[in-house]
Design a protein around this ligand. Sequence first.
Ligand SMILES: [Zn+2]
Length: 305
Amino acid sequence: MSLSFPASRPNAYTGSPLDRATHRRDDAEWIAAQLDSPSALYVPVWRARSLLRGLEEGAPEAVLLSAVAAEPLRRAGGPWAFLGLWDQRPVFAVDLSHLETPPIPPEAGRFHDLRQVAGALPAGEASVLAHARGLMHWRNRHRFCGVCGGRCEARSAGHVMVCTHCGAEHFPRTDPAVIMLVIRGDRCLLGHNRRFPTPVYSTLAGFVEPGESLEEAVRREVMEEAGVAVGQVAYHSSQPWPFPSSIMLGFHAEGLTEDIRIDREELYDARWFTRAELRRHEALGFALPRPDSIARRLIEDWLDA
Ligand SMILES: [Zn+2]
């Protein structure tokens, strides 16, 4: 059985316009000059929310503040980090979570959960906002050293936290999660998670554990959640998922067995669906995952094969 169903287009939260310019992070003089540059742009993050405008008009876009507009943000004293260069303009993330009310006038925009709008944003903007959100989440969760409990200070333009007591260095975390469409002949396996408000049948997924390969994680998760044995595993694409700190690694997987044994802790239901059933899912009374999700992409690239 061929498991090759190539990615038809880029996933949401990919396609960043930024040059991360990682080699510049340790040049404190250069970073200081960029912070003071009139062309600098600032991406504010407040309690894991991103600043957006145009939502009410149905055309949401990211709000990146100019250096002048961001002056009160810089004075607020929260974590910040250099994200990279956008057409040679330095871009910084700045976190305002410690403030009850962010110092941003309502006409500039409002803070929203990025996941609600990512698919509707102009190309690349969701990636920049996800980048800022993920990095600021890490900063807020690593103020103290995991080795000795000492206080940490930011280095490398916000990309390393160094313990002031024992000197341990802490780096941004990205936790791998596998997400997989299990296929057997003309049918695929989808599960309905009870946490969804409406019956949405989606791909199975789970975190990779220490000492586990991605293929092993795929096989373990499918067996645990649905009791189905998996053979071949083929990589499809990935999607940054900084909610708060993951990357989704997408696969198509070969189902070796048919009987489903559901783990009710994880799933409300799981079934095999034919392509024809998925194409008329609305008539059959269930929904598929959001169009901007890697789960939907895994399903559609198989449907269209
Ligand atoms: Zn320490």
